[in-house]
Every structure is written in structure tokens, then in C-alpha cells.
Design a binder for this molecule. Sequence first.
Ligand SMILES: [Cu+2]
Length: 126
Amino acid sequence: MRPAWALVGSLALAFGAAAEPVATLHELQLVNGVLPPEQRLIRALKGDAVRLRISSNQAGELHLHAYRLSLALQPGQPAELAFTAHASGRFRFEWHAAKSPGAVPGAAPPADHHAAPLALLEVRPR
Ligand SMILES: [Cu+2]
């Protein structure tokens, strides 16, 4: 069955009695590796098709390690990450800014996996 698209934006989604998986689209605008507070929680029900349309003013990679997903971003080139919310729980999105041009080759990557998450994906059981 083809899911109905629901444009979520920054608004809370009224799942109500959502028996069938839905497809949601979230617009995320990264500025210097940070999302506006209203874009930091992405909610879904298990089985939903989640699509993120992301822009960033910095080059880097967005990671959702729990789902083994990553997305490379370049300034001025929005990109999309689409996946099925197959696992329930709360999962961290992380941002890894690209190395600066003056970075020393072979230097250890910044230890930012323990920094505050960029955003959270919250997947609840249906
Ligand atoms: Cu990561």
C-alpha cells in the first residue's frame, strides 16, 4: 500500500490512531553544526517511512549510528536521507564537520561522538 505523505516540518505530528505506517518528511536546517531547537526531535511510529531533507552551511556528515546511516552534506546542496523506522527506541543523530583545510593528515578525528546529539529520533511501537 502506498503511504500517505505527511509534511511535518517543525509541527508536532498528530499520529492519533495511526494503524497504517505513514511517510513523513522533515526539513532540517543545520547552521554551524547545530539545528534549531524545534528540529531536534524527530518522532515516528515503528514502520513509518521517514524522510529527512537536510541543508547545512558546513561540509560534513550526518550519522544515525543505530540505523547504520550516514549522509554527506555540502554547503548549498541539500540532500535527503530516507529510511524505514524499523527499530523502536531513542537514537542519536550526530554531526561530524569536515576537517578544516589546514587539518594535519592522519591526525585523530575529533572526539565528537560524545558531544551532545544533533537531534534525536524517537520511534515508538505502533
Ligand atoms: Cu558518527
